[in-house]
Design a protein around this ligand. Structure first.
Ligand SMILES: CC(C)CCOP(=O)(O)OP(=O)(O)O
Ligand SMILES: [Mg+2]
Length: 239
């Protein structure tokens, strides 16, 4: 049992509500995503400033490819814009950047910026930003299973060696010192994991505020952390 009052080591966020936020203001979807992207950066900075060392942001799910082409293109261009504009911050504050997900459909121009950011920040310790782009929890588990099966077939491991530790080494979150989030926040009132961290969130505290993502600022963040600190973390044991 964890004692009360601890800050989470790893916070995962499913950002949701950009389009509804825009609609409420008579704005277009693009303006909703623009506001959402700005909030993504602001929140990451607040988080690191508060001493939370690992943040995972579900910025684009595999299902999001089904959106209208112009919206998908706008989102990809938005990611490119922010990779370019935030690189100086990532370097100055030594934030290790990792992008997890299936890269096959990411435009080459964005891929280049991702590789550059990961390469430039790979040796940083301490603070880490994990961006899930075209990530799918089931795909992550399946690719890990295939990798373990391959190793067993090639005699690199024995089947009986396969345990949670070995599995977690194969998941895309093996990039992190803290692969499993302590707190998962999903904004906009939706209460679904939506194929995000299925394995990693096994014991994660789930927090579902009604606020729409572009309105999720520092005050809302502090509310989430206060809520988290009051949770009795039992990890399945009795109190
Ligand atoms: C791309 C994605 C992370 C944006 C999240 O907001 P959304 O577009 O799902 O907005 P709505 O839930 O309001 O439709
Ligand atoms: Mg949504």
């Amino acid at each position: 049992k964890e004692k009360r009052g601890r800050l989470p080591k790893h916070v995962a966020i499913i950002l949701d509500g950009n389009r509804r936020w825009a609609e409420k203001r008579g704005l277009g979807t693009s303006e909703g995503h623009t506001a959402g992207a700005r909030k993504l950066i602001e929140n990451a900075k607040d988080c690191f400033a508060m001493g939370i060392n690992t943040i995972s942001l579900f910025a684009f799910s595999t299902e999001n490819w089904a959106r209208p082409e112009d919206e998908v293109n706008f989102l990809m261009a938005l990611f490119e814009k922010h990779f370019k504009s935030e690189m100086p911050y990532f370097r100055r504050d030594q934030i290790k950047i990792t992008v997890i997900g299936n890269r096959a459909r990411i435009p080459e121009s964005l891929l280049g910026l991702i590789r550059e950011a990961e390469e430039a920040t790979k040796s940083y310790k301490g603070k880490q930003l994990i961006l899930a782009i075209d990530y799918s929890g089931r795909f992550d588990i399946l690719q890990a299973c295939k990798s373990l099966a391959e190793k067993a077939k090639n005699g690199l491991i024995q089947v009986e060696d396969i345990d949670e530790k070995l599995m977690e080494k194969e998941l895309m979150t093996n990039c992190s010192e803290f692969p499993n989030p302590d707190l998962l926040i999903r904004t906009s009132g939706e209460q679904r994991i939506s194929n995000f961290f299925l394995w990693q969130a096994a014991y994660t505290e789930l927090y579902f505020p009604n606020v729409l993502w572009p309105d999720f600022g520092e005050a809302e963040y502090l509310e989430a952390l206060t809520w988290y600190q009051q949770r009795e973390r039992r990890f399945g044991q009795r109190v």
